[in-house]
Ligand binder design. Structure first.
Ligand code: NAD
Ligand code: UDP
Length: 311
């Protein structure tokens, strides 16, 4: 049995990770400030004596003895991370410093939830880990992109300078149950709109692409990365390479929900990346043959069932 700290554990991805690691017989400490996370995501775990919930903000130091840390704390949806951009940067940068300092002190292994956003609006397609990215350092997305890029730098430097045992995952667009109704990201927005019969809001022409990964595939990838050989630190892309444009996504969701919703077009947010697709050859090689198993249609069906149950 390992003792595992998950920052951002009450969020969408964090709550799935808490559940899976508890089910595997570990002791799990979930730390969250509930900015975008919710107690509802982990309420069913509260009776488990091997689960602890701590209300804390990662921008402040926190001390605990654990074997592993998954550092997920950070709002991930553009509307939420742009709500208080300075706080978003503090969460990524000071959160990383605090958690790396803890890992160094207690000799814990630490995994950073980094993001495909470090590639910005990519000029290389699909994106490989050795691509340095195309980010606007002063744009609306920079609080998130540059915060995450700085966190990666901190991770590498704590590893090189202080021998901290690190892992960096670059996560591509992930969706599934436990996303908040108000999350604001595209899959949950479209599903909620379709189920309510509201207009489906496409930003821009709808020709921009993303590659959507179902949450169970991500969780498997993150755990394999944490358990990978000590010499492998990443960064490694974890995503599903099947790429779709937003119009295709909207039409699939309308069809699967049998919705009467119409599509409406809204302005494209500033610096919205035109295309995004992970090259996952490194992940397949170093994560024991890991690859995504859940295709978009099945993942959407599961996610639609979830939103039907909470709306
Ligand atoms: P989410 O918003 O559902 O979860 C983030 C969690 O972090 C929430 O529970 C929130 O309350 C908590 N949090 C935020 N600021 C905090 C702070 N200062 N102190 C403590 N807790 C704080 O988002 P998610 O999709 O579950 O994302 C989890 C992580 O994965 C994030 O770091 C995100 O950047 C990364 N990621 C997610 C995706 C994706 O598509 N879902 C893609 C790339 C990277
Ligand atoms: N998007 C959209 N309608 C929405 C929400 C998002 O068309 O209601 C678009 C958004 O402009 C982007 C894509 O969907 O091009 C993915 O957006 P999301 O916020 O999910 O993730 P990110 O842009 O961070 O990849």
């Amino acid at each position: 049995m390992k003792k595992i700290l998950i920052t951002g554990g009450a969020g969408f991805i964090g709550s799935h990770l808490c559940e899976r690691l508890l089910n595997e017989g570990n002791e799990v400490i979930c730390l969250d400030n509930f900015f975008t996370g919710s107690k509802n995501n982990i309420i069913h775990l509260l009776d488990n004596p091997f689960f602890e919930l701590i209300r804390h903000d990662v921008t402040m130091p926190y001390f605990i003895e654990v074997d592993e840390i998954y550092n997920l704390a950070c709002p991930a949806s553009p509307i939420h991370y742009q709500y208080n951009p300075i706080k978003t940067i503090k969460t990524s940068v000071m959160g990383a410093i605090n958690m790396l300092g803890l890992a160094k002190r207690i000799k814990a292994k630490i995994l950073q939830a980094s993001t495909s956003e470090v590639y910005g609006d990519p000029t290389i397609h699909p994106q490989k880990e050795d691509y340095w990215g195309n980010c606007n350092p002063i744009g609306f997305r920079s609080c998130y992109d540059e915060g995450k890029r700085c966190a990666e730098s901190l991770f590498i430097n704590y590893h090189q300078q202080n021998n901290v045992n690190i892992k960096i995952a670059r996560i591509f667009n992930t969706y599934g149950s436990k996303m908040s109704i108000n999350d604001g990201r595209v899959v949950s927005n479209f599903i909620v709109q379709a189920l309510k019969g509201d207009d489906i809001t496409i930003y821009g022409s709808g020709k921009q692409t993303r590659s959507f990964q179902y949450v169970s595939d991500l969780i498997e990838g993150l755990i394999r990365l944490m358990n990978s050989d000590k010499s492998f630190i990443g960064p490694v892309n974890i995503g599903n390479p099947h790429e779709f444009n937003m119009l295709e996504l909207a039409n699939s969701i309308i069809e699967l929900t049998d919705s009467k919703s119409k599509i409406s077009y809204l302005p494209l947010p500033e610096d919205d990346p035109v295309q995004r697709q992970p090259d996952i050859s490194l992940a397949k090689k170093v994560l024991n043959g890991w690859e995504p198993k859940v295709e978009l249609k099945q993942g959407l069906i599961n996610t639609i069932e979830y939103f039907k149950s909470i709306i």
